[in-house]
Write a protein that binds this ligand. Structure first.
Ligand code: ZN
Ligand code: ZN
Length: 416
């Protein structure tokens, strides 16, 4: 059976998150989206941990379900958190985010107790610890060798292992001999697998993709797709699959241009630049004269050793545009419009497995039975990549426009 998994998200106890990031809503929205396995996020937070203990029931295989509802109406939860490390190394301030997986609540309790001795876990669902990422990795694996760590959104400028502002140029530089314990990297919204396949050093790492959602409707905007039999599914199987790529079929991806850090630029100066333009300007903003925020494309360009991507044995990927965005563009209104929400719910309630059925699975003629021809046209065009992109930079999201017949004409007229 196919399992769609999103491991990285934040609860209502993290900063700048929706109040609806609680277990009941997470379950409800995961069902609407077609997500089978969802990370809990934030397991280091004492209040969230308490909720997890009270409201989840263990299945004995490292996965959990909601208590008090039928087994069929609950998705699987897997215990995850994100920890932010801030520290100095080799004369530079480093800010590294790590995604942590744990095999059960008892292990989480131990890990939390261990960290609480020296650090504050209360103030944020994603705690900020003044600890070297390598030392944290040691502690996590010392508490249980079944714990698993993945550097989060590996390329974002400010908070990532390869980030241009406060990251490193290799995993060894960050983790030393502990780098052997790292098997996977989260690509983040601003990079997709082909960008990462340009750097041969990364060939041995599995690339995973998660939503990093702060509100329920962003769940699954990136995700991982596995193939397991119902009987074999477990925490251990999932981790093994991430390590070995066995049973790991593909990842679901944002178009990287839509991510907030794709190009270089300055948000306040409203300027975005391609890597080669930034290099010509020696990294200095032509508007304000300060150093530009170097985006993901530029960083990968600097570290890559291949002109073109080479996939090797890595899982494939599929790029999607979220259904709400497709519907909004269909009607030429904002994603937040009431009509969009109504149409969205109306449509996905008619599908077997929620939004992902519509985006990935259903053929055109099946889609036409449940959606208007124009929405179907939008879905099909998104699948085929018949889109125009304006890229994100320095914290500004990019935009992806579906080329409906008339906009295609306008677009082509503009270009030629
Ligand atoms: Zn993060
Ligand atoms: Zn500037």
């Amino acid at each position: 059976m196919r399992y769609i998994a999103d491991f990285h998200l934040h609860s209502k106890y993290s900063r700048a998150t929706s109040r609806e990031m609680d277990l009941r809503h997470l379950n409800q929205w995961a069902k609407l989206k077609g997500i089978d396995i969802l990370g809990t996020g934030d397991f280091t937070h004492p209040l969230w941990f308490k909720e997890l203990e009270e409201k989840l029931t263990p299945l004995g295989n490292g996965l959990y379900q909601l208590k008090d509802i039928s087994k069929k109406s609950s998705i699987y939860f897997i215990l995850t958190t994100e920890i932010s490390c801030i520290y100095k190394k080799s004369g530079k301030t480093r800010r590294i985010h790590l995604l942590v997986f744990a095999p059960n609540l008892e292990v989480v309790r131990k890990l939390n107790q261990r960290l609480e001795k020296n650090y504050n876990l209360h103030s944020d669902g994603r705690p900020i610890l003044g600890i070297d990422a390598k030392e944290l990795l040691k502690i996590i694996l010392d508490v249980s060798p079944e714990n698993f760590v993945v550097p989060a959104h590996a390329w974002t400028p400010w908070y990532a292992i390869f980030g241009s502002k406060s990251g490193f140029d290799s995993l060894e530089e960050c983790f030393g001999e502990m780098a052997l314990e790292i098997y996977a990297l989260e690509t983040g919204l601003s990079s997709d697998p082909p960008m990462n396949w340009r750097w041969s050093y990364l060939d041995k790492y599995t690339l995973i993709s998660n939503s990093d959602a702060h509100s329920p409707e962003n769940l699954g905007r990136e995700a991982n797709v596995f193939e397991f039999s119902d009987k074999e599914i477990s925490y251990q199987k999932i981790i093994e699959s991430i390590k070995t790529r066995k049973n790991f079929v593909f990842t679901i991806e944002f178009f990287p241009e839509e991510g907030k850090y794709y190009l270089d630029g300055h948000r306040d100066c409203q300027i975005s630049l391609l890597p080669k333009e930034t290099k010509k300007l020696k990294g200095i903003c032509p508007v304000c004269g300060r150093p530009l925020t170097i985006g993901v494309l530029h960083r990968i360009d600097d570290l890559a050793d291949r002109e073109a991507p080479r996939q090797g044995g890595a899982p494939g990927f599929k790029s999607i545009i979220p259904l709400k965005e497709i519907i909004a563009q269909t009607y030429g209104v904002k994603k937040t419009a009431k009509k969009v929400k109504e149409k969205y719910l109306e449509l996905i309630k008619k599908t077997e497995k929620g939004e992902f059925s519509a985006l990935l699975d259903l053929e055109e003629k099946e889609l036409l039975k449940i959606a208007s021809p124009r929405i179907v046209q939008g879905i099909i065009k998104a699948r085929k990549g018949e889109i125009a992109k304006s890229a994100g930079y320095d914290g500004v999201y990019g935009e992806i426009k579906i080329l409906f017949e008339e906009s295609k004409r306008v677009f082509q007229e503009k270009i030629f």
